[in-house]
Design a protein around this ligand. Structure first.
Ligand SMILES: Cc1cc2nc3c(=O)[nH]c(=O)nc-3n(C[C@H](O)[C@H](O)[C@H](O)COP(=O)(O)O)c2cc1C
Length: 238
C-alpha cells in the first residue's frame, strides 16, 4: 500500500526542509516538469496529486502562486495522503525548492473547481511550492525520549536503521506542529501509532508524513520499509 521508490536524496532533504511561507518566485517550467513526473508516480490507490499555477492560496503564502493539490477518493486512508504528499515535498526540497503543507491556508472553492472535484473525492491539503533563499531548518520537535521512550544510546543498541528511522520520523512536519504520533520500535519493527491531541483534523495525514520519514530513514541504511495496518496505527518491517 505504501510502496514507492524512495530517492536517496530525500534523506538529506528531511534535514533541510522547513515550512516556507515567503517565496522569491514560482518554480521554473523545468522544475515543474520534473515534479510532474513524480506526481504521476505518486497518484494511485485513490490519491491524485496535481499542480496548478494561479489563485487558490490564501495570503499566508507570499511570492508564489504554484501549488500541488492532493485529491483523495472517499475512503482513502489519510495516512496515504500524507505519505504521497510528503514524497512530493522531499523531492521539491531536494531540488532546492521551498514548500508548505496547507490545511487551512487555501481557498477550497477555487481549488475544488480547479481539480473538477467529483462527488466521491475530497481535498484536505495543498502544498505551496516556490523558489526560496536558502536558510537553515530549525525544527522544534518532541525529544527522542518523548517520541519513542528511548534515548539515542538505547536506540543504537537496536540497530542503525532503527536509529535513522526514528530520527527522521521525529523531524516530520505536522499541522500546528502537534506531532500526533508515538513510535514503538524493537529489533525487527517500527510502529507509528496514534497519540491523542487537541485538534485531530489532520492527524492521519500527519502520521502518514511521519511514516514516510521513517521509511526514508530506514532506506538511508539500505532497508526497504513494508507497512502493515495494526491496532492504532501502522507497523513497518525493514
Ligand atoms: C497537514 C498539515 C497542514 C498544515 N496546514 C498549515 C496551514 O494551513 N497554514 C500554515 O501556515 N502552515 C500549515 N502547516 C505547516 C505546519 O505549521 C508546520 O509543518 C509545523 O509547524 C512544523 O514546522 P516546519 O514545517 O517548519 O518543520 C501544515 C502542516 C501539515 C503537515
Amino acid at each position: 500500500m505504501f510502496e514507492i521508490n524512495i530517492s536517496p536524496e530525500w534523506y538529506d532533504a528531511i534535514h533541510k526542509r522547513h515550512s516556507v511561507r515567503q517565496y522569491t518566485g514560482a518554480p521554473t517550467d523545468e522544475q515543474l516538469t520534473r515534479l510532474g513526473v513524480l506526481c504521476k508516480k505518486l497518484s494511485w490507490q485513490g490519491i491524485n496529486i496535481r499542480m496548478f499555477r494561479g489563485p487558490g492560496l490564501k495570503s499566508v503564502i507570499k511570492g508564489t502562486n504554484v501549488y500541488a493539490v492532493i485529491v483523495a477518493k472517499n475512503g482513502t486512508a489519510p495516512e496515504l495522503e500524507g505519505y504521497m504528499g510528503e514524497a512530493f515535498v522531499l523531492e521539491a526540497t531536494a531540488m532546492g525548492l521551498g514548500t508548505c503543507w496547507l490545511g487551512a491556508g487555501f481557498n477550497p472553492d477555487i481549488v475544488n473547481k480547479n481539480v473538477s472535484l467529483q462527488n466521491d473525492e475530497q481535498v484536505h491539503c495543498v502544498i505551496a511550492i516556490g523558489q526560496v533563499t536558502p536558510s537553515n531548518a530549525n525544527p522544534k520537535r518532541r525529544t527522542l525520549e518523548q517520541v519513542c521512550k528511548k534515548n539515542a544510546e538505547e536506540l543504537s543498541k537496536l540497530g542503525v536503521w532503527q536509529q535513522a528511522a526514528v530520527e527522521a520520523a521525529r523531524l516530520a512536519p505536522s499541522a500546528i506542529n502537534l506531532q500526533p504520533w508515538t513510535i514503538e520500535v524493537d529489533a525487527s519493527s517500527l510502529s507509528v501509532l496514534e497519540r491523542r491531541v487537541l485538534i485531530n483534523k489532520y492527524a492521519g495525514i500527519d502520521r502518514g508524513i511521519c511514516m514516510l520519514h521513517a521509511a526514508v530513514g530506514a532506506a538511508s541504511k539500505c532497508r526497504n520499509a513494508v507497512w502493515k495496518k495494526t491496532d492504532g496505527g501502522f507497523t513497518m518491517k525493514a
